[in-house]
Write a protein that binds this ligand. Structure first.
Ligand code: NAD
Length: 716
């Protein structure tokens, strides 16, 4: 052994070939400070050896996962010169690897992201196994490659391909990497080391011209004139949907790469340091890193929670409507045996058709092999009665949102739950505790709230009730994991977490309409300006105005001060006109299918007409006014949920808003937005809006945090 660290070691193989092996005891190689320091030590030893060549490899299931993101937030706070110094130091290590006086090869097993990808870019050759996945995902964290990736990748695979990878942050698989010449060969994992040794031998013997290969990597990017211009303009155009004020990272990466196209390595790296250290100062970078850390925290908590043994493979889904059919599809494609029950044959037929269409789509997209399709269809049964059905491991009800109907059904299906199984409700607003009252054995019962559309929305809320045992919750966590959903655990309460904060926001939107705001103003401010994936009117049309009115009234009952009844209720008025939203082709907007059958919205002026009939005078609001008026109640309700211990951590609040509602990730979640705007600023804004409604009254928890100048993230 030539060097032994805690995270990597260096040894000599046959024929004087050196092997630098990343081998973290944690099982995942990351570039934390300790690993970077060990790398520097190992490089000093490598430089002193008169070797035949160097192989960089990993003993872990993957090559190198990238930088240690848990160290980012502290790093981001450092002054720019300190950051630049840190980057220069690491890039200097990487340059030394690239400049070794003998050929070098990366043997890449599994994924190599960020710093991992930047490591393999320093070597002369790259051999990957078939499972390899290589990428520079930094823009997803609001930053850009900082260890030389923006310099080396365009020189290796060309400007167009490099921009595609860096600006989207998308990883590519081994096959694609070979096609792009990002790797030189793909072999099976067991042949990886042998292939790397062979490559060194061929390079050392002159069979492969490693010096020429290396020299090309150190030149300017070989693209000029019109071709260069076209390439840059095309990638700039691709960023049109990501305005730079909200998504600075890909724009900065593009500018940086463009600036360095004709530069040598040293100059180009200086540019990278400059752009990188500016990006880390942006609120978006902090927000996106926080999102990553919240995601990890929530998943870690969920993992701890599902500590029971296997439950089983059978699931009965009751109610074959929008949600039931979605849950059935998700369960089926996750390997469960599914029985879908509905009292209406027509509903079962519609559900069957919907599931078939979805499976055929998966098949056409290559996500499903023909044999698997047949296998899945054999695991799906439809029933309009429950007679003779054997006990099931999971039983979930997703029937109409009516307490009595749900209680009756739950009583009927409770005996169908196996001894080790769980009984679940997908209700979006009825108290789980009240539903439990109908059951003789509520110990096996809790809520599992999915979001629409089930296959797309990554969140589920697990709702506790007093009688549910830890085992029941744990098994529900296990089911969530099997269905590839991220769970947050919530105490019972009206609207749970997601609908409660959502309706605080939608009520504020409603109030703006009563004061004469227009659909365009409101939707534009909250989507284009604030960054929600769609404006609230479009969202309400998807939820359905009837559903919105009924959830709203449940929340009004629970929180009459902050979400009071209004004299005029537009959701109810629109419902009464059968303008229920997308499902009736009209709501706030009118919908018409285009030539591809996709429903397109248009404003037919109905809301304005309604406002005129109700003598509501049209009024202009600035985008910032609209954002403040709608976001403050949303944030405050999230703070109330923390204050009341409805949910136990800030991470869960943020993830619920991001994954359940599509809150813009670059804003980090409602609490991150609150802190980035400044608690004092938000309180100031709220004090001005207070006369409008109790929804703008500052929650006591927030006042006390302002007084003691604490941050929610200290508590997280
Ligand atoms: P839906 O109206 O589309 O479907 C309900 C189905 O239940 C219908 O097919 C109906 O025939 C069937 N049904 C009614 N009573 C029944 C009974 N006693 N036995 C068997 N079948 C019965 O409703 P949905 O939108 O799928 O909502 C279902 C549940 O999911 C509700 O509790 C709702 O609050 C909740 N939810 C809905 C959404 C959403 O966006 N639609 C999101 C999250 C949760």
């Amino acid at each position: 052994m030539l060097y032994q660290g805690n995270n990597l070691y260096l040894k000599r193989l046959e024929s004087n070939i050196l092997q630098l092996v990343f081998a973290s005891a944690k099982g995942v190689n990351v570039y934390d400070s300790a690993t970077l320091a060990e790398l520097a030590s190992a490089i000093q030893i490598i430089k002193q050896k008169n070797a035949t060549g160097l192989i960089i490899s990993s003993d872990c299931p993957a090559f190198i996962a990238g930088a240690d993101i848990t160290e980012f937030l502290a790093k981001f706070k450092q002054p720019e010169p300190v950051l630049k110094q840190w980057l220069a130091q690491i890039c200097n290590e990487f340059n030394q690897l690239e400049d070794l006086p003998f050929p070098t090869v990366s043997a890449i097993n599994g994924f190599a992201y960020g710093g991992g990808c930047e490591t393999l870019l320093t070597t002369d050759y790259r051999i990957a196994d078939q499972q390899a996945s290589i990428g520079l995902p930094e823009v997803k964290l609001g930053i850009m490659p900082g260890f030389g990736g923006s310099v080396r990748l365009p020189r290796l695979i060309g400007l167009d391909n490099a921009l595609e990878m860096i600006l989207t942050g998308r990883a590519i698989d081994a096959k694609k990497a070979l096609q792009l010449t990002l790797v030189d060969a793909v072999v099976s994992t067991d042949k990886l080391l042998l292939a790397a040794i062979d490559c060194i031998h061929r390079a050392a013997s002159g069979d492969l011209d490693w010096q020429q290969k290396r020299a090309a990597k150190l030149q300017a990017v070989p693209i000029a004139g019109n071709e260069r211009q076209m390439c840059l303009v095309t990638h700039q155009a691709k960023l049109a949907s990501l305005p730079s004020q909200n998504h600075p990272a890909p724009h900065a990466a593009l500018r940086c790469i463009e600036k360095s196209l004709d530069e040598k390595r040293a100059e180009a790296l200086l540019n990278e340091h400059a752009y990188f250290s500016q990006l880390v100062q942006t609120p978006q970078a902090t927000a996106l890193v926080r999102v990553f850390l919240h995601d990890q925290a929530v998943k870690k908590k969920a993992k701890k929670a599902h500590n029971t043994g296997a439950v089983g493979d059978s699931i009965l889904v009751c109610g074959a409507g929008i949600m039931g059919s979605g849950i059935a599809y998700q369960a089926l494609t996750s390997g469960l045996n599914v029985t879908l029950f509905d009292s209406q044959i027509s509903a079962l037929k519609r559900a069957e058709e919907k599931i078939q269409i979805q499976l055929q789509k998966d098949f056409k997209m290559g996500r499903l092999k023909p044999a698997r399709l047949t296998e899945l269809l054999a695991k799906l049964a439809f029933r309009s009665d429950l007679n003779g059905l054997p006990q099931q491991d999971y039983v979930i009800e997703a029937i109409v949102e009516q307490k009595e109907a749900k209680q009756n059904l739950l009583k009927q299906i409770a005996p169908l739950v196996s001894k080790q199984g769980v009984l679940l409700s997908n209700t979006s607003s009825i108290s789980i505790g009240e539903l439990a009252q109908a059951l003789p054995n509520p110990r096996q019962f809790c809520g599992l709230h999915f979001f629409n559309p089930v296959q797309k929305m990554p969140l589920v809320e697990i709702i506790k009730q007093d009688k549910a045992t830890e085992k029941t919750l744990s098994k529900t966590h296990q089911l969530a994991k099997r269905l590839a959903k991220t769970p947050v655990e919530i105490n019972d309460g009206a609207g749970f977490l997601v609908n409660r904060i959502l309706f605080a926001y939608l009520n504020a939107v409603h109030q703006l309409f009563l004061e004469g705001a227009s659909i365009e103003q409101v939707d534009l401010a909250l989507s284009k300006q604030f960054g929600w994936p769609m404006g609230p009117c479009e969202l309400l049309d998807i939820i359905g105005l009837d559903t919105a009115a009924s959830v709203q009234s449940i929340l009004t009952k629970a929180y009459p001060e902050r979400m009071p009844e209004t004299k005029i209720n537009l959701f109810k008025l629109l419902s009464a006109q059968q303008r229920l939203g997308k499902k009736t082709a009209a709501g706030f907007y009118q919908y018409q299918a285009d030539k591809h059958g996709v429903m397109q919205k248009r404003n037919d002026g109905y809301l304005q007409q309604l406002q005129n009939e109700l003598n509501i005078k049209q009024q202009n609001f600035s985008s910032q006014q609209i954002i403040d008026r709608c976001l403050l109640p949303f944030i405050f309700e999230a703070v109330y949920c923390l204050q009341e211990n409805l949910v136990s951590s800030v991470s869960e609040v943020e993830i619920a808003a991001l994954y359940g509602l599509g809150f813009p990730a670059f804003r980090g979640g409602p609490i991150c937005y609150l802190e980035q705007t400044g608690i004092a600023t938000i309180i100031n804004k709220a004090n001005k809006l207070k006369p409008l409604s109790a929804a703008y009254q500052v929650p006591p928890k927030l006042t006390s945090m302002a007084v003691s100048q604490r941050s929610f993230f200290e508590e997280a």
